[in-house]
Design a protein around this ligand. Structure first.
Ligand code: NAI
Length: 389
């Protein structure tokens, strides 16, 4: 029973940022179709956004409650299969919970939700169901990130000793929120963003990337979290020392006040035998530096036999044809849709397709936010990573 996987969207109305990126990513491989949406909390914007996306009027809803309730009673060959939640952080939990309760799979933006309690409640709902839950930590979708992870997993670098992950941005270097800029306004509002500012917004991506590539887990940390811009209500800069579960040490910094920076996420990981370097703004290159040997430049490309299965399975075009953010994002949707397809057909999903961030990554991100903020407030040097695993 092969057919397109049907998506409903919460948020992503006109004037928003990431919703449109999700729609592009979902479309890229032709496996997913947008069939309905509740695109805004403002009914007129929700309706107009549906018109702009050529959706039939009766599938454009003015609230996520209406969408989930009405879709749940549609015939099976019509109703959505999953909900994609692309709203600000304080509007992740309720739509995700309702969708799971009504039997829909979920794709949800990061950070998973507003509080750790909500995160654990969602995890419980997922565990009690047979539903899939993807948290869009986009950066895990890059072929060279998969390659770095696979090299480390295969022991090429030896035992990992050091992880350095940096996520500097500059767009909040001034009090942008005072002008009412949409994306800055809710991100700097503790009632809508949650406990963390930069820590939740981009620190969680850095934490997720470090654990994904290294295969290690953070066990304790020592955080110094600041608000540099006067009048701002949440952090905009954080410098964090890390301890990992194999004894490795690390440094994570995330900042939105590095004036002049764009989106310079980068990571370096060193083992006993060598290291890797990956930079988000040059995503098709992975540097592999072995001890006392010349550095090697690995490049993406579907026709590169030296790359591992993970990188090859997540590459679309031959070498020399750059892929980037949208393709990495699309890899999450591609895998998620393939897993749902396998479920529809009653088949076992391909392990390669099960490679997308899940509810557990989302929970980990929420635990990271709370651990970092509490560490920064505490006088203890080493703060135990809060985890209910
Ligand atoms: P945004 O402010 O541009 O868009 C939010 C959208 O949600 C708007 O269309 C708004 O009308 C809608 N909305 C708000 N309340 C709603 C409700 N009750 N019902 C329906 N729609 C509602 O925000 P942005 O920048 O797109 O961020 C959204 C989420 O995506 C955040 O959680 C953010 O952390 C995450 N994000 C993730 C990225 C990634 O790399 N994975 C990148 C950017 C954002």
């Amino acid at each position: 029973m092969k057919r397109k996987i049907r998506m409903g969207m919460v948020g992503g109305g006109s004037g928003s940022f990431i919703g449109a990126v999700h729609r592009m990513a979902a479309n890229l491989d032709g496996q997913v179709e947008l069939v309905c949406g509740a695109f805004s909390s403002r009914p007129e914007v929700a309706r107009q956004s549906g018109i702009d996306l050529f959706l039939p009027q009766d599938r454009v809803y003015t609230s996520f409650e209406e969408m989930v309730e009405k879709e749940a009673v549609l015939p099976e060959d019509k109703r959505m299969d999953f909900v994609s939640i692309v709203t600000p952080n304080h509007v992740h939990f309720e739509p995700a919970k309702l969708a799971l309760e009504k039997g829909f799979h979920v794709v949800c933006e990061k950070p998973l939700c507003f509080s750790l309690e909500e995160a654990y409640a969602l995890r419980k709902l997922v565990e009690q169901s047979d539903l899939e839950f993807c948290v869009t930590h986009t950066y895990t979708g890059y072929p060279m990130v998969k390659e770095a992870r696979d090299l480390i997993k295969a022991g090429k670098l030896g035992k990992i000793r050091k992880v350095i992950v940096e996520y500097p941005q500059g767009w909040l270097s001034t009090n942008v929120e005072a002008s009412g800029q949409t994306q800055a306004s809710w991100r700097t509002d503790p009632k809508r963003s949650g406990m963390g500012g930069s820590v939740g917004d981009i620190g969680t991506h850095a934490e997720n990337l470090a654990e994904y590539i290294s295969g290690l887990k953070i066990t304790e940390l020592c955080a110094d979290v600041s608000t540099m811009v006067e009048g701002r209500l949440l952090d905009d800069d954080a410098n964090i020392l890390l301890h990992f579960d194999n004894g490795a040490k690390g440094v994570l910094h995330c900042s939105q006040i590095c004036a002049g920076e764009e989106n310079d996420l980068n990571i370096r990981i060193y083992g006993e035998k060598g290291g890797i370097v990956w930079k988000q703004m040059e995503p098709n290159t992975l540097l592999v530096k072995m001890h006392e040997a010349p550095a090697q430049i690995y490049r993406t490309g579907g026709d590169r036999p030296y790359l591992g299965e993970g990188a090859q399975a997540h590459t679309r075009v031959p070498a020399g044809h750059p892929e980037g953010y949208l393709e990495a994002f699309a890899n999450l949707y591609h895998n998620f849709a393939r897993v749902l397809q396998a479920k529809l057909e009653g088949k076992q999903p391909d392990p390669q397709h099960q490679d997308y961030p899940t509810i557990y990554d989302g929970v980990r991100g929420m635990e990271f936010i709370v651990s970092v903020i509490k560490s920064s407030e505490s006088q203890e040097k080493w703060f135990k990573f809060i985890s209910e695993e």
